[in-house]
Design a protein around this ligand. Structure first.
Ligand code: SDX
Length: 431
């Protein structure tokens, strides 16, 4: 916490209260209200936490007005162009870019943890084949706590490190197994001679009947998608992981909670919902109809992949993703992909419409990612699992930071109670 002599004065009735103000290294100042209830007897009120800082952090910084996203100070567009996912994982987990020896050691350790306990295969058999892969992932990742007992003591720094490495290494294997199970194909074991992204593609698309060769174009695109989704400050699923972890729950259960939260269409589920929306629109001539629905207060329909709680400018990840969509489709020889044409025309028309401009609604990370993933051969049901694979490093990095924070205590918000005041029980014959 940066020390400061600044403070805010709050007047309630005939009393005034001095609240300390802390200044960050970047972004808005914060007003410390921790003593407010004890001194003034009032709560603050912020449903959805639109103006609330829940913690200190040094991992990711977002400037929503300027469309800036930094991971440990490095801009996301530079990391997407010059780095790769496991190097970004090291950066998020450790705070600095690794030297060559540290990177090789990190990548070797992750590679050596990609296989799951053989008995975990049995969990999948309990699910229907048509279960959504996110349902399977919530169940199987949570069940990791039933296998890896030697990395569940959160008070042991070494066990925290092992749990983090196991999660980063094994969640892609579990996601690939969920996909294989959903299409009735046999599980594919991870290979130690493949890089992280290539291994994931191999586990998803390889079949026993023939040799699977990873296309370097797809591998690069996969790695870039992983990099672009790795962490994003205190978003809903990361806040879920932090809140679950604040009770002292084991890391596998907490990451399973994060996966459950990410599933929602307002959050990570938007990539699947967005592609389904683009397909429903189908052709550019139907775009005005859907823009009209998105603007209609009486219609619950929203443009999926548009808008963001923090970004009131372009989501920098969407900019990179849009460039990547053009490159990947071009390299795959997918000319004039009709869905990409609809997406680009929808973006153009929406950004020219005062409704979206006035509300500062821009494309977010989910607007273009589905187009790339579908071109790579993934069904829409695998879009959010892939987001979960990538975001696991963000969740575990934020979890490690929180556990190590001496201010860490159980999260326990209060409420504005609007229910009945105390009343006596009424016997049923008198109701
Ligand atoms: C992710 O937080 C993160 O960092 C998340 C994420 C990450 O990396 O972890 O970036 C990933 O979740 C990206 C967001 C993916 N979700 C979608 O694309 C779903 C569509 N978007 C919306 O549901 C919405 O924009 C949210 C949920 C993303 C943000 O909602 P907010 O901040 O709560 O804003 P709001 O719902 O209060 O909307 C403000 C206004 C409202 O109109 P008014 O009531 O003021 O008249 O804008 C309107 C909304 O109706 N609005 C939209 C809209 N998004 C907001 N109108 C039409 N289409 C939309 N997409």
């Amino acid at each position: 916490m940066t020390d400061t002599t600044k403070s805010a004065t709050l007047t309630i009735g005939d009393k005034t209260y001095e609240l300390p103000i802390y200044s960050p290294t970047a972004g808005p100042d914060v007003v410390d209200i921790r003593k407010l209830y004890g001194t003034a007897g009032v709560f603050t009120y912020d449903p959805g936490f639109t103006s609330t800082a829940s913690c200190d952090s040094t991992i990711t910084f977002i400037d929503g007005d300027k469309g800036i996203l930094l991971h440990r100070g490095y801009p996301i567009d530079q990391l997407a162009e010059k780095s790769h996912y496991l190097e970004v994982c090291y950066l998020l987990m450790n705070g600095e870019l690794p030297d060559a020896a540290a990177l090789e050691d990190f990548e070797t350790r992750i590679t050596r943890h990609t296989m799951v306990h053989e008995q975990m295969h049995n969990f999948f058999r309990g699910f229907r084949r048509d279960a959504h892969p996110m349902a399977t992932m919530v169940g199987v990742v949570g069940a990791m706590s039933a296998f890896y007992h030697d990395s569940t003591d959160i008070n042991d720094e070494w066990q925290r490190e092992v749990a983090a490495m196991r999660l980063i290494a094994k969640v892609p294997t579990i996601a690939a197994m969920a996909y294989k199970y959903s299409i009735g194909q046999p599980f594919v074991y991870p290979r130690n001679d493949l890089d992280y992204a290539s291994n994931f593609l191999h586990m998803c698309f390889s079949v026993p009947a023939e040799e699977y060769h990873v296309d370097p174009i797809l591998s690069r695109a996969m790695d870039r998608i992983f990099t672009l989704h790795a962490d994003h400050e205190q978003n809903a699923s990361t806040s879920t992981v932090r809140l679950a972890s604040s009770s002292g729950a084991n890391p596998f259960a907490c990451i399973a909670a994060g996966i459950a939260c990410l599933w929602g269409p307002a959050h990570g589920g938007a990539n699947q919902a967005c592609l389904e929306m683009l397909k429903e629109i189908g052709t550019p001539d139907r775009i005005p109809e859907f823009i009209g629905r998105a603007k209609d207060k009486n219609d619950p329909f929203r443009l999926m992949g548009f808008g963001h709680r923090v970004y009131k400018n372009f989501d920098p990840r969407a900019t990179v993703m849009k460039q990547s969509a053009d490159e990947v489709l071009d390299l795959l020889g997918i000319e004039d992909n009709p869905i990409l044409q609809v997406a680009k025309e929808l973006e153009r028309q929406a950004l020219e419409d005062p409704y979206f401009a006035d509300k500062k609604l821009f494309p977010n990370v989910d607007f273009y990612s589905g187009i790339i993933l579908e071109a790579m051969g993934f069904p829409t049901s695998m879009f959010t699992p892939i987001f979960a694979v990538s975001r696991t490093v963000g969740w575990v990095s934020q979890w490690k930071e929180m556990i190590a924070d001496p201010q860490n205590k159980i999260g326990r918000p209060r409420q504005l109670y609007l229910g009945e005041t105390q009343r006596d029980y009424v016997d049923i014959e008198k109701r």
